[in-house]
Write a protein that binds this ligand. Structure first.
Ligand code: A3P
Length: 287
């Protein structure tokens, strides 16, 4: 199926029609934040599911009940998603935890007034590209990626769901100083998960003992999440996610792009990156 058949255009970016019907986008636009809300912001395939595992157990101070009993999409729902308007998110007790894939300039009016706490996750775009390539091949609501060359051009041009990775990152890292944002790299989490849990906990105002931090980090490693049916998407019917083609929790490593991109494709990506990120003054983990 084509982009025209599967996607609608919302504020200039493609969104899968089945996941983001107009009434949900309207709900998102009118959503009212609270100052103590926690918002996990990611470009898709940056580590959203990982954060949906870690943040609730930081909040519960190492009690694993949320990740043992609640699917990740209900535990930390996306505000723009198809069930957001029926989940009674307004009634959830504080501090509420949400996710969004939207760009900074697409945030609802209430976000700008209230400035809830944001955890912004960044990941090497070549690994995001690679993870996306496999994901687009297994999710029925997304356009088949075609060849790596074809998908690479779409990725560079932002002609995929949630638009351009480059614009997403530039928008969020360029947010106002008055915004309440903690940026974290996927690669940093791979290198030092305990340190990352401590960093996130301290931003969220949680004082956790080293034992609890270690317990959380141990429980949130890839191997353990892969076995957690509340987080590995095995509850989603095969007609949506065909995990025989590619697992949702696929490899969970950094640098896997070398197994999908040829040297020529990597050079093509680097040239586009140089052009699109010109003038950006930010220390990226992959630089
Ligand atoms: P790969 O496809 O490279 O394996 P998102 O949740 O934003 O869609 O991102 C999915 C990516 O995050 C997948 O990358 C997935 O394996 C990875 N991921 C999820 N949980 C992880 C964990 N505990 N450790 C490392 N990577 C994880």
């Amino acid at each position: 199926m084509t982009e025209a058949e599967l996607y609608s255009v919302y504020k200039g970016v493609f969104v899968p029609k089945v996941l983001h019907p107009p009434e949900c986008l309207k709900y998102y636009e009118e959503f009212t934040f609270r100052p103590d809300d926690i918002l996990i912001v990611t470009y898709p395939k940056s580590g959203t599911t990982w954060m949906q595992e870690i943040v609730p157990v930081i909040q519960s101070e190492g009690d694993f009940t949320p990740i043992d009993t609640i699917p990740n999409w209900d535990r930390v729902p996306w505000l723009e998603e198809h069930r957001a308007n029926i989940l009674n998110l307004e009634q959830r007790p504080s501090p509420r935890i949400f996710a969004t894939h939207f760009h900074y300039n697409m945030m609802p009016e209430s976000y700008r007034k209230v400035k809830p706490r944001v955890l912004y996750v960044l990941r090497n775009p070549k690994d995001i590209f690679t993870s996306s390539y496999h994901y687009y091949g297994m999710a029925s609501f997304l356009v088949n990626p075609g060849t790596v060359d074809e998908f690479l051009e779409k990725f560079i041009d932002g002609k995929i769901m949630f638009g351009s990775w480059f614009d997403h990152v530039k928008g969020w890292i360029g947010a106002k100083e008055s915004d309440n944002i903690c940026s974290i790299f996927y690669e940093e989490m791979i290198r030092d998960l305990q340190g990352s849990v401590s960093k996130l906990a301290s931003f969220l105002g949680k004082s956790l003992s080293q034992d609890i931090v270690a317990k959380i980090a141990d429980r949130c490693v890839f191997k353990s999440m892969k076995q957690n049916k509340m987080s590995n998407y095995s509850l989603v019917p095969t007609e949506f996610f065909d995990q025989q083609k590619s697992a949702f929790l696929r490899k969970g490593t950094s640098g896997d792009w070398v197994n999908t991109m040829s040297p020529a494709q990597s050079e093509r990506f680097d040239a586009a990156y140089k052009e699109k990120m010109k003038g950006v003054n930010f220390k990226f983990d992959w630089d």
